[in-house]
Design a protein around this ligand. Structure first.
Ligand SMILES: Nc1nc2c(c(=O)[nH]1)N[C@H]1C(S)=C(S)[C@@H](COP(=O)(O)OP(=O)(O)OC[C@H]3O[C@@H](n4cnc5c(=O)[nH]c(N)nc54)[C@H](O)[C@@H]3O)O[C@H]1N2
Ligand SMILES: Nc1nc2c(c(=O)[nH]1)N[C@H]1C(S)=C(S)[C@@H](COP(=O)(O)OP(=O)(O)OC[C@H]3O[C@@H](n4cnc5c(=O)[nH]c(N)nc54)[C@H](O)[C@@H]3O)O[C@H]1N2
Ligand SMILES: [Mo]
Length: 810
């Protein structure tokens, strides 16, 4: 049965627990990174590779989306960037022999750590219906299988096209064109599980779904609030920027249920000070908030500022408020009405503590709020982030130097993917421009996001699934539902660099299409190709790999998609010359599209399996020269003018950002919006805990590099649950005991549902009462599919109600 959880390859009996560390990085981190690099790549390749990370003519680190400083260090990488690179640039290979030796059943019995350790994929592999093993196929045959399945679909909405955020702008743009050319907007992506709440809240309130600060703003800020983020592990290069800000006199406040090492003290291995003097204390204050209490904290900040204005004046930026915002009166009334006692309950922090944070904000000349998953993966994440905006707007802290919102993105090109069209809810302006450029009519009906895609699979409405990178089965919530849903799909296809669980829990037929990663040389059309990516701060730059790819005939993502486009849009289709106008298929009302594009004629009987309405381009030429794809992007998406010229010069360029560039807010009201959001916070039933699922120091999402979480004092294993010592006692448990985690969720029908993750070791940890933490993806099985954030639909990975059940026998 496919839903059988993998046997853990990690021997959890060797798990060790010691005191968490109070500082991050430093020399041990560099040594650890080099050791992993050496194991995977050997010494020469390690040196060649690590020195090119994030250099001007090098490749973009696949580790995270934090931007590069303009003046680069010789080694512009961090421990975890080096691990990400080693994982990709490894010399280990898995070809047809590997798949002949391991049945899919066998592979399914391994965890993501073991699967990832096997090496780079080298050959397209097909799993026939009923077969026990994948078998090698030629690229042509593999792509024919995909194209045939796509042509045979009765309904394009029965196909799902997932994207993970490593895909380059060029590949992503071509991919969304393929999907829209087929007639659907079913483009769920990892962002749906990640920063979607940020996008939703920021678009509503400031008119752009992105952050408004640049790296210079970070350096210039007077106060930085880092909330719901663990940069010491997940964005280590951010610590260098925070250190620099500090040295210029900035104050840093960490808001987190956990005292994360990187936020407390940081040893920068790139400066003598970091190595010799014990580093910089990063956070001036650590606000140990109750999980899910952040909306209360930002309301408290707003309330404090409003009260101070009332009392003394001179606190608010009244000119900014008058010129650029709407809704202040209703917001003021709401903040007056919310009692301090309620804010204390939400945050677990007393009024004096809350006012202290408020004072830090009041006295700051320029404030930035940075955040990540601790703020985005709650039921009330969107209201929480609207409240962040409210607090900043009061002092005009958006669109001036050293101030703004800074959602710190995860995957290295997740922001770029969205910019170039990976979105299930595309806007009409974008689609109109796309249609004009490629002479077709793209679908207007919105598609599935990640959770909607899973529901559709569960309900047997999905015939085809394609994953452009990522590990859909492990990364998504409610693992058992997802795995059962995957098994109902006719054909599942994964374009991947490494083996993962999504290759083992498949549809009736399955394909693995191996591809190039960032570090690999990408030679097409006789030339080395560059790709481009956008960092967390809206800066676009080129990336070029140099390493010999794992196999000679490996195709890039661009090449794979271009060849699919060729097969489904061009083969045996009529010539691309437009015929008479035709109305959009299935919508006779619509008639000629507004922009007056003449759509191609319906093909005759000979081409009856070709959709009538397809994009037109010279697909082979695009594959041979990615600059042509950038040309299309430049014509379709504002801000990419002279894309190629700017990239050729090796420059980084900033995409336009209304709030940052000109305090222009493209919202419904045409101004930045104060909003009223009734206070929400999790209520934990007696005897239960609120579980957050988070990353260890040795993993990249579902890729598990190793078994340690050095800063948190965990070694040799991953099945731990971190619990407050008083809760352990009150629950009648003891530290080191093995328990099952059982989540409790009341379904729409009112019935209580339970989900179970077995055998976790209880570890006493400094976390607020009632809050617990355990690693993802082992705990995804506990997250109910229907437990999603309001508005954004993001799974509530940081808020799962659980009880701990002692296991009868250890
Ligand atoms: N090495 C490495 N780097 C990565 C990744 C990786 O897995 N490994 N993943 C990448 C991706 S895709 C992403 S999205 C980012 C993720 O980066 P993070 O968001 O830093 O990742 P998480 O481990 O989910 O950590 C969430 C943090 O929020 C805190 N937190 C949890 N609940 C709350 C809350 O209610 N309030 C507050 N204030 N804090 C809370 C947790 O204690 C933890 O410190 O990192 C990216 N970079
Ligand atoms: N419980 C819980 N669940 C979560 C989260 C959480 O905090 N808690 N976080 C969520 C977040 S923030 C995110 S972003 C998602 C991540 O979800 P995904 O992006 O789907 O997952 P990853 O683990 O990053 O994907 C790893 C796989 O990507 C493939 N890969 C790597 N590089 C490349 C490349 O260059 N090209 C291609 N084609 N493939 C490549 C490899 O085969 C590798 O196995 O998970 C989400 N799920
Ligand atoms: Mo993410």
């Amino acid at each position: 049965m496919v839903t059988k959880p993998p046997a853990s390859d990690i021997d959890e009996t060797r798990l060790g627990v010691s005191a968490p560390q109070k500082k991050a990085v430093g020399v041990p981190a560099v040594l650890h990174a080099l050791q992993i690099a050496n194991e995977q790549m050997g010494l020469v390749r390690s040196a060649q590779t690590l020195l090119r990370i994030n250099q001007k003519d090098g490749f973009d680190c696949p580790g995270c989306a934090w931007p590069e400083e303009d003046k680069r260090h010789v080694a512009e990488f961090c421990e975890n960037g080096a691990k990400a690179v080693a994982e990709e640039a490894t010399l280990r290979r898995i070809g047809p022999e590997f798949f002949a030796a391991h049945s899919v059943d066998d592979l399914r019995g391994h965890d993501d750590w073991w699967l990832g350790q096997q090496g780079r994929l080298t050959h397209p592999m097909l799993l026939d219906e009923g077969a026990t093993h994948y078998r090698p196929v030629s690229w042509d045959d593999a792509l024919d299988v995909v194209a045939d399945a796509l042509r045979e679909l009765d309904d394009p909405d029965a196909a799902v096209f997932y994207t993970s955020g490593r895909t380059s702008n060029e590949a992503a743009f071509l991919y969304q064109l393929l999907v829209r050319g087929l007639g659907t907007n079913n483009l769920p992506d990892c962002s749906n599980m990640c920063h979607e709440s940020s996008g939703s809240a920021l678009t509503e309130t400031i008119g752009i779904g992105k952050g408004t600060v640049s790296i210079d703003d970070i350096h210039e800020a007077d106060l930085l609030i880092v909330a719901g983020q663990n940069p010491g592990t997940n964005h280590p290069r951010m610590l260098s920027a925070l250190e620099k800000a500090k040295q210029r006199g900035a104050r840093i406040i960490a808001v987190n249920p956990l005292p994360e090492a990187g936020l407390l003290r940081f040893e920068n291995p790139q400066t003598p000070r970091g190595v010799l003097l014990g580093g910089t204390a990063i956070a001036d204050s650590f606000v140990q908030i109750r999980s899910g209490g952040d909306q209360g904290l930002f309301q408290a900040i707003g309330k404090h500022l409003l009260e101070a204005e009332e009392r003394d004046g001179g606190v608010l930026d009244l000119d900014f408020i008058a010129a650029h915002t709407s809704g202040i009166d209703a917001y003021r009334r709401a903040m007056t009405a919310v009692p301090w006692s309620e804010l204390e309950r939400a945050t677990g922090i007393d009024e004096a503590g809350l006012r202290e944070v408020g004072e830090a904000v009041r006295t700051s000349r320029a404030t930035i709020v940075c955040w990540a998953m601790g703020l985005t993966q709650h039921k009330h994440s969107v209201p929480t982030l609207r409240e962040v905006v409210n607090a900043l707007l009061l002092q005009g802290n958006i669109g001036r130097p050293g101030a703004g919102v800074c959602p710190v993105r995860g995957h290295s090109n997740v922001q770029g993917d969205r910019t170039v069209g990976i979105y299930e809810k595309p806007g009409d302006d974008f689609l109109d421009a796309l249609d004009r450029e490629f002479s077709f009519r793209s679908p207007r009906e919105h598609g599935f996001d990640t959770v909607a895609a899973i529901r559709a699979m569960r309900d047997d409405r999905v015939r085809f699934f394609l994953g452009m990178g990522g590990n859909f089965v492990s990364a998504t919530p409610d693992t058992e539902v997802v795995e059962a849903g995957m098994a109902r799909v006719d054909l599942t296809v994964h374009v991947s660099t490494k083996l993962n669980r999504s290759h083992t829990v498949t549809g009736r037929r399955a394909l693995i299409l191996p591809t190039l990663g960032r570090t690999d040389r990408d030679r097409r059309g006789g030339a080395d190709q560059r790709v481009t990516v956008e960092d967390s701060m809206g800066a676009v730059h080129a990336s070029r790999g140099r390493l010999a790819p794992p196999a000679d005939d490996l195709l890039s993502e661009v090449a794979i998609i271009a060849r699919l486009c060729e097969r489904v849009f061009s083969r045996s289709a009529p010539p691309a010359s437009p015929g008479g106008p035709v109305s959009h298929d299935g919508d006779p009302e619509r008639g000629l599209p507004e922009h007056g594009i003449v759509e191609p004629e319906r093909p005759d009987a000979a081409g009856a399996d070709i959709p009538a309405n397809v994009p037109h381009a010279d697909w082979a030429a695009l594959e041979a020269d990615y600059a042509l794809i950038r040309g299309h992007i430049a014509r379709v998406i504002p801000g990419f003018e002279e894309y190629e010229a700017r990239i050729q010069k090796g420059r980084t360029f900033f995409l336009p950002n209304g709030p940052r560039d000109a305090r222009r807010f493209a919202t419904e009201t045409g101004s930045a919006r104060f909003t009223v959001n009734p206070l929400e916070y999790p209520v934990i039933p007696p005897g239960r805990l609120l579980l957050q699922t988070l990353r260890s120091h040795d993993q990249y999402n579902t890729t598990i590099y190793g078994k340690d979480d050095r800063y948190r004092g965990i070694s040799g294993g991953r099945r731990v649950v971190l619990v407050n010592a008083d809760d352990i006692r009150d629950l009648g448990l003891r530290a080191d005991q093995i328990v099952d985690l059982v989540s409790e969720w009341r379904g729409a029908d009112g019935a209580m549902q339970e989900r179970r993750a077995e055998s976790f070791r209880v570890v006493a940890y400094d976390t607020p009462r009632g809050n617990a933490a355990a690693y993802y993806p082992e705990t995804n099985v506990l997250v109910p599919l229907d437990s999603v954030a309001d508005v954004s639909g993001t799974p509530t990975s940081k808020a799962v109600i659980v009880r701990l059940e002692p296991r009868a026998s250890v």
